[in-house]
Design a protein around this ligand. Structure first.
Ligand SMILES: [Ca+2]
Ligand SMILES: [Ca+2]
Ligand SMILES: [Zn+2]
Length: 590
């Protein structure tokens, strides 16, 4: 993966993609609509008053929960023409009552003439009186004044064919897609609205991918595309500690940059956890072997077995494939963590099956969530051993599945860094739980699979001390991962630094749990148990697709206030710790 999808390769330039879609005939009249979009309206952040349990943003005045949410959101639209268009800009996509706090949580997306707008979304929280006390996410202004085409002139099948052509131009022929989802979506690309089919294509063979293609529904042009696969690792130029003998025979240690990716029983069971004793939640768990396969056997078997790879099988009840056994048992443990601690029934909270495939690719130094399942490489044996062996790696990838079913944080720039960070936080915490709640905290990512010949040198990333991990100066002058907001990476590599800036928020989570002094700010730890409840609540109730670091701070503070309420107008110790932790990492309140 690392070598298959270096930046600039994974995202094809628009001009290259025009060639691919040239075969689609564009009628002259419709061609106009390619340039038809309105000017990007200003989106204003309204979210996020500094959280306070006593703040009321909007009074219910007898309206129903759904009505008050729409009325509140509509009140945030300054443009009178848009407001006059009525409340149909916002569509409720989920509602959730929270019995622990007596609150009610509604998620919305924005739409135009019934078509959803990509990347939009709000989270609105109601108190026991149905008054709005918190909200997250931006509201698009002047939507009604924008010119947005809403009539598709190419078919969904044509759009899928165009996207497949794009995918296969990048990774080669794909015999079997793990899944292809298609949805008519309005996409704001560089200030212009386009009516597009958003095609999401999941692949394992010949390369793991979770491709997103925005195909213009009026012209067939590919407006934008990216590979949103959620990898465990940073991109190709990850430095590693290296050493060697110099000409005098003296051992020298130095930092090098490494390109990683030179890289009849079946394993199908159930994870049983959560629910009630009488009626436990049962989640199907199935692990496959990709066997780094040759084309011919795969073609023969994939017709029988589907996309996931080969069954892992044994004639006795002993499974002789350690990678498969690890992937299988780790997914059971991570599911147990979410069931026991967060009362969450699998990744989608609806009991979805957990599928893993091991032995993906050749010496692949990575693991991934491709929108449907977990994928694990074998590692090259030097930089990494089999990635299936890291329970925190499994927890990280599976948390991406939880995120895509909740806040659905866009995998780019700050929202992508928050996405990565939350995957690291629950990856680390689920692993700690598997060792027992009283075990000492271990806040490294991937330490069990990293540099198998070097003991005790930590992992790929560190939540406790991000700056202890070296990072190529391609990502800035620091030479290590950043641990405060002012040191964040602002370039374009790594989708805007999603695996880099995640470390900043990781440090906040560590400080909240364990405490410590960071850049002169003293933080009092409140335990891992309270920390995971705060972050889970922030993820599932407050964060939205576009949330940045500032909203992460506000969502964590709001969650702390919900769970550990103010007394006599004063924040609880827990809330003060969250505030101090975000002060320490330099994320401003406003
Ligand atoms: Ca770990
Ligand atoms: Ca090691
Ligand atoms: Zn990830």
């Amino acid at each position: 993966m690392i070598s298959h999808f270096k930046e600039g390769v994974s995202v094809l330039k628009k001009k290259d993609q025009k060639k691919m879609s040239k075969k689609v005939v564009i009628p002259a009249v419709l061609a106009l609509s390619v340039t038809f979009g309105g000017i990007l309206p200003n989106a204003t952040t309204f979210a996020a008053q500094p959280a306070s349990a006593s703040t009321i943003l909007y009074k219910a005045e007898g309206l129903s929960k759904q009505e008050v949410v729409k009325a509140f959101l509509q009140s945030q639209v300054a443009d009178t023409a848009t407001r006059a268009a009525g409340g149909d800009q916002f569509k409720i996509i989920s509602e959730q009552a929270d019995s622990t706090t007596g609150t009610y949580h509604v998620r919305t997306i924005e739409q135009y003439k019934g078509i959803p707008i990509y990347g939009s979304g709000q989270a609105v929280a109601l108190d026991a009186n149905n008054d709005v006390y918190a909200s997250f996410g931006t509201v698009t202004q002047k939507l009604a004044r924008s010119i947005i085409p809403t009539e598709a002139s190419i078919s969904q099948d044509d759009a899928i064919a165009i996207a497949k052509e794009g995918v296969e131009s990048q990774i080669g022929a794909v015999k079997n897609y793990d899944g292809i989802d298609s949805e008519l979506t309005i996409y704001n690309y560089e200030g212009q609205y386009h009516l597009t089919y958003l095609i999401k294509a999941s692949t394992s063979i010949p390369a793991p991918g979770y491709f997103h293609y925005f195909v213009d529904a009026t012209s067939g042009e590919i407006i934008d595309s990216f590979n949103a696969i959620h990898e465990a690792d940073v991109p190709a130029v990850t430095p590693v500690m290296a050493r060697g003998l110099d000409v005098t025979g003296t051992m020298q240690n130095f930092i090098a940059v490494k390109d990683a990716a030179s890289g009849k029983n079946y394993l199908h069971g159930a994870a049983i956890a959560g629910g009630t004793t009488a009626s436990p939640n049962i989640v199907s768990v199935h692990t496959f072997d990709a066997r780094r396969m040759g084309e011919t056997p795969f073609l023969l078997l994939s017709g029988l077995l589907g996309f996931t790879g080969f069954e892992v099988e044994t004639k006795t009840n002993f499974f002789a494939d350690p990678a498969a056994v690890s992937a299988h048992t780790n997914s059971i443990k991570v599911n147990k963590y979410f069931q026991d601690i967060h009362k969450r029934n699998s990744l989608d909270d609806k009991g979805m099956g957990l599928i893993s495939t091991v032995h993906i690719g050749s010496k692949w130094n990575n693991a991934a969530w491709n929108g449907k399942q977990m994928l694990y490489g074998d590692g090259d044996g030097v930089r990494m051993s089999s990635l299936a062996g890291g329970m925190d790696v499994a927890g990280h990838e599976m948390t991406h599945g939880v995120i895509s079913n909740t806040a659905n944080l866009t995998y780019q720039d700050e929202s992508g860094a928050i996405n990565e960070s939350i995957a690291d936080i629950f990856g680390a915490l689920s692993e700690m739980h598997s060792h027992g709640i009283t075990s000492p905290g271990e806040w490294e990512m991937g330490e069990d699979i990293y540099t198998p010949y070097i003991a005790g040198d930590g992992g790929l990333r560190s939540l406790s001390d991000p700056a202890s991990i070296p990072l190529s100066t391609a990502y800035g002058p620091l030479g290590h991962y950043p641990d405060r907001y002012q040191d964040r990476y602002v370039g374009t590599l790594d989708k805007g630094g999603v695996h880099i800036n995640s470390s900043i928020n990781n440090k906040a989570a560590y400080l909240i749990a364990e405490g410590g002094e960071h850049y002169g700010v003293q933080v009092t730890g409140i335990t891992r148990s309270k920390t995971e409840k705060i972050f889970y609540r922030a993820l599932t109730k407050y964060l939205v697709a576009s949330s940045d670091f500032k909203e992460m701070r506000q969502a964590a503070i709001q969650s702390a206030r919900d769970l550990y309420p103010d007394r006599n107008g004063q924040p609880s110790a827990e809330t003060n710790t969250v505030i101090a932790a975000y002060d320490a990492i330099g994320v401003p309140a406003e």
